[in-house]
Design a protein around this ligand. Structure first.
Ligand SMILES: [Zn+2]
Length: 458
């Protein structure tokens, strides 16, 4: 799709405006860097990291002693070899030292400083500063996602979320374009927004009226909507793609999108305080880390980097935030490390995003697992829409079931058998009926939550 012209008479080739030109210039570089070898990408990241760490040491009170705390000599270059000596930053430490985290001398040229607040799903609401420069890079990564997923931005987009522009549930907000970054560069189609706490029936009404080509929402919202559409035999002809963000998705949501709307579902891993962290590969289901914006590590319980296939904590460093650098920030999510992607891109991969520590089960034999719940496990028990499981004690699960009919004893026995297979342990299962798919106050849904003390989030 050609970019938009800023001179109405210059139709071909179109002449972009100043901000759009900056975005296109960044995109041009991203188009190339994605194909570099992972070694070259890492080398470029460390060039940038040295700049960032030097700045942080000089101007951010919290980081004044960063090299000394890591056992490094003053001005010793930061390398891939000594990087792991740099201490981790937890969300709790970020809150505790909030007054010492901002740079006292943000270099000129980084643009306007803005405040961001994370949704606080770990129980910590984290505030960070961002700059015009970080905003520009995050916008370019959003455009990269549109390009990777081959979206036709001249079509209609519907987004379901809360935030600055959607304060009131139940209200439909309509716009002539897709949003700041995309509108600057391309001639976009119309878009609409509504709040994720809008009543489900009303959400379905909005969608049927708007007939979106693209639908962006939390996986939990897509789950509830897909069940609603299936139950009421409603359709969304023309829907080309669902994009999920904001919480871990699951193979079940993908298969529901295919079954109910005959459409594919793509996912994005992002965080308020760090922007876009990883995007799904156009050719595979891998998530490519956005290495031009962040260094992402996946560490095991001992603090060592995970091998492909291993699950660990996600640690990230924002490369361009010179207002409030986040260096080795333990964001609170767990992910499965991936290997090289068959697509040929050198950007490192994550295989799956698994959620928070509370979404991990502990088994009496000491194992910890991330249960992969899928409706295929209970597809022979008719009319179960959804289940949510809470681990109450080491050997007991409480299963909340959303179904129009109460389960009978035989259903419960079969479901118990399926869950024993999923967990690989014969948990005692206690069943209860739920009226609707349970969501957090922010509209997010977690299929499994452990309530064991040592499993609470940091
Ligand atoms: Zn790939």
């Amino acid at each position: 799709m050609p970019p938009k012209t800023s001179i109405p008479e210059a139709i071909w080739p179109p002449v972009s405006g100043p901000r759009a030109t900056m975005l296109l210039a960044l995109l041009y570089q991203l188009e190339q860097s994605q194909w570099w070898s992972s070694r070259n990408i890492l080398a470029q990241q460390f060039r940038q990291l040295n700049e960032l760490v030097d700045h942080a040491e000089r101007t951010v009170p919290y980081y004044h002693q960063i090299r000394r705390k890591a056992g490094l000599a003053p001005q010793e270059p930061i390398t891939a070899e000594n990087w792991q000596a740099i201490p981790l930053l937890t969300p709790a430490a970020l809150i505790k030292h909030a007054g010492q985290m901002a740079s006292t001398a943000i270099p000129p040229g980084h643009g306007r400083i803005t405040g961001l607040k994370s949704s606080g799903s770990t129980g910590h609401a984290v505030s960070v500063l961002a700059t015009g420069a970080t905003g520009l890079i995050w916008q370019a990564l959003n455009l990269r996602d549109h390009l990777w997923q081959a979206r036709d931005v001249s079509k209609r987009l519907v987004t379901i979320r809360s935030g600055r522009y959607v304060k009131e549930p139940g209200v439909l907000y309509e716009f002539p374009g897709w949003g700041i970054a995309t509108d600057l560069v391309f001639q976009t189609g119309p878009s609409a927004l509504f709040h994720n706490l809008t009543a489900l029936e009303r959400q379905a009404e909005f969608l049927q009226k708007l007939k979106p080509d693209y639908l962006f929402a939390f996986p939990g919202i897509i789950l509830r909507l897909a069940h609603y559409f299936r139950r009421h035999q409603l359709r969304l002809p023309g829907l080309k793609q669902v994009l999920t963000f904001g919480e871990p998705t699951s193979p079940e949501i993908e298969s529901l999108c295919r079954e109910v709307w005959d459409t594919e579902c793509r996912d994005m891993y992002s965080a308020e305080e760090a922007g876009c962290i990883a995007l799904q590969c156009p050719q595979t289901d891998n998530y490519h880390v956005q290495s031009e914006s962040l260094l992402v590590e996946v560490l095991d319980d001992k603090g060592d980097p995970c091998e492909p296939g291993e699950i660990g904590r996600v640690i990230l460093t924002t490369l361009h935030n010179f207002a409030m650098p986040l260096i080795r920030y333990q964001i609170g999510d767990y992910a499965e490390a991936g290997g090289p992607c068959p697509c040929g891109r050198g950007l490192p991969t994550l295989k799956r995003i698994l959620g928070r520590r509370r979404n991990r089960a502990r088994l009496p034999d000491g194992r910890r697992i991330w249960p992969q719940l899928s409706s295929e496990s209970w597809s022979d028990i008719k009319e179960i829409e959804c289940i949510q499981i809470r681990q109450k004690t080491l050997d007991r699960l409480d299963i909340g079931v959303v179904s129009p009919h109460p389960l009978n004893l035989s259903d419960e026995t079969r479901l118990t058998g399926s869950l024993h297979q999923v967990f690989g342990y014969p948990f005692a299962c206690i069943f209860s009926c739920l009226d609707a798919i349970p969501c957090h106050v922010n509209g997010k849904f977690e299929p499994f939550i452990s309530e064991l003390d040592d499993n609470r989030d940091e």
